[in-house]
Design a binder for this molecule. Sequence first.
Ligand code: DX5
Ligand code: ZN
Length: 216
Amino acid sequence: MIIAPSLYSMHFDRFKEEIDALNECVEWIHFDVMDGHFVPNLTFGPGILKTVRKNSELFLDVHLMVSDPDYYSDVFAKAGADSIIFHYEAYNDIEKCVKLIDKIHSMYLKAGISIRPGTDVSVIEPLLDKIDIFLLMSVEPGFGGQSFIPESIDRLKKVAEYKKQHDLDLIIEVDGGVNDRNAHELMESGANSLVAGSFVFNGDIKENVARLRRCE
Ligand code: DX5
Ligand code: ZN
């Protein structure tokens, strides 16, 4: 199981201490980029990612919640991303998504697609054999600390079933409202990477990560 804490919820006054704790207990760091347009909130630019890169060798999983993912994929690739995940809804067009997936792969990065809770899983099925990571949003993107949307389980199962049927090498990651009460069901339903923000950073980071792992 990959645990990918979202830096959205980190305490920036304890940056070094918290990154060091993550370095000792997780596989990935999830980095939420919001542009104030695709979602009504702003987060981090490339300078922060560079600083994370300097302080960590972990896989840096960049989730672009932006209207122009083509432009920002270059920006965050240069800043040290290991993956670039963008939203299908930024284009609502399979061909445009394929073009960007190819570009991300040409930069030797993992490519991922995410969908909002209201988007039908079947629309992105044609992309699942072209990507490395599918990021299922289990809250409306834009803010940390929201409650998990229960219908996400059925959506997850649908993707997991498609993955199985087509024998795909795909990481299925779930993002939003993940905690020690739903982690077990998520893993059982086919998730192999869990993003968790408020659950991990609210209290002792290592203890909270261990709690998630015990759900396996
Ligand atoms: C939401 C972000 C998430 C968020 C998760 O738009 O994509 O990564 O930070 O935070 P929690 O785990 O608090 O829901
Ligand atoms: Zn995210």
